[in-house]
Design a protein around this ligand. Structure first.
Ligand code: ADP
Length: 327
């Protein structure tokens, strides 16, 4: 029989994402609603290993729903990769009597949670907090919508100057392993091409397409590149296009960390609140070692070990849409 969960810890881990605070708030308030003791764990798994754990009340999460970043801080924790580090973490949790954990983070953080819950009798529930949306088992991750809207806003501004000067802008957005920010923002801003890590970049085809449009005097002004595209990112793409098409006035713009920050969008606050509420319900109902997602607007639960294995897949039709709409 599964033991009853009475004291829960919540932490944010890995890369930060806007909406993490809204998720923390939902976990804390739902926990308190159900009469649980709730503890905040600072700086991801580091707080578990170093015993940086504190009791949270309803008011601890006042006025944070609209704030980017995470009040619990986040980090990567080398020690948690080792059995000794995880043992220390377990002993610290035991000191507080914590017997359930909510982990808000990406697939790496879920891997950590999976390993930990295999070794120790502390059930874990994950919430997907990552701007990259690179976790299978959920249509959306907390932070993606905000990040992609930030990218769209920035690219729209760049489009104005691109248009005024008839320039070609190569814009790099975040996504080392996943092209969702590039694909969504590229379609939403009418980009000519979108280059993503999931597809091999065919630079010759892009040059051919640009040359053909040059002949037609079509004003081509935006290419969106995910930082992890296999050609080497926007700088490399910019370099070769400048060499091969000297008539084009090429500029490169790397959006960088502005995509991580800022006040979360309504959508991210909403899914963070629904997921945070659901995580606590999972712990109480004995649905353990899963992560909470949303599929077709319904809560969806995936075992942590499966979340770790599967990746979302890029829909081929979306790539076709980019091509057709840019012709
Ligand atoms: P994200 O959650 O954003 O994918 P990381 O991949 O950096 O971020 O993972 C966050 C943390 O999760 C790591 O620093 C480490 O503490 C923990 N972690 C990741 N993978 C494992 C693993 N296989 N075993 C134990 N801990 C892990």
């Amino acid at each position: 029989m599964k033991k009853k969960v009475t004291k829960i810890g919540v932490l944010t881990s890995g890369g930060d994402a806007p909406g993490m605070n809204a998720a923390v708030r939902a976990v804390v308030r739902t926990g308190i609603y159900h009469g649980l003791e709730v503890y905040g764990i600072m700086r991801g798994y580091n707080g578990m290993v170093d015993n940086d754990i504190f009791r949270m009340e309803g008011k601890s999460v006042a006025n944070i729903i609209q704030r980017g970043g995470t009040i619990l801080k986040t980090s990567r924790c080398k020690e948690f990769f080792t059995p000794e580090g995880r043992k220390k973490a377990y002993e610290n949790l035991k000191k507080f009597g914590i017997n359930g954990l909510v982990i808000i983070g990406g697939d790496g953080s879920f891997r950590g949670a999976q390993t930990f819950s295999n070794e120790y009798d502390i059930p874990c529930v994950g919430l997907p907090g990552t701007i990259d949306k690179d976790i299978a088992g959920t249509d959306f991750t907390i932070g993606f919508d905000t990040a992609v809207n930030t990218a769209v806003e920035a690219i729209d501004k760049i489009r104005d100057t691109a248009d005024a000067h008839d320039r070609l802008f190569i814009i790099e957005v975040m996504g080392r392993d996943a092209g969702y920010i590039a694909l969504h923002s590229g379609i939403a801003t009418g980009a000519e091409s979108v280059l993503i890590p999931e597809r091999k970049t065919d630079i010759e085809a892009i040059i051919k397409q640009l040359a053909e449009k040059e002949r037609r005097h079509k004003l081509v002004n935006l290419i969106v590149v995910a930082e992890g595209d296999n050609f080497g990112g926007a700088n490399e793409v910019g370099k070769i296009i400048t060499e091969r098409l000297p008539m084009q006035d090429v500029r490169v713009c790397i959006l960088g960390h502005i995509q991580r920050g800022g006040s979360p969008s309504c959508f991210d606050r909403l899914i963070a609140s629904r997921m945070g509420y659901s995580a606590v319900e999972c712990l109480l109902e004995g649905r353990h070692n899963v992560f909470v997602g949303i599929v077709n607007n319904r809560m969806h639960y995936t075992p942590l070990n499966e979340a770790v294995k599967k990746k979302q897949r890029i829909n081929e039709e979306w790539m076709k849409i980019v091509k057709i709409l840019a012709s």
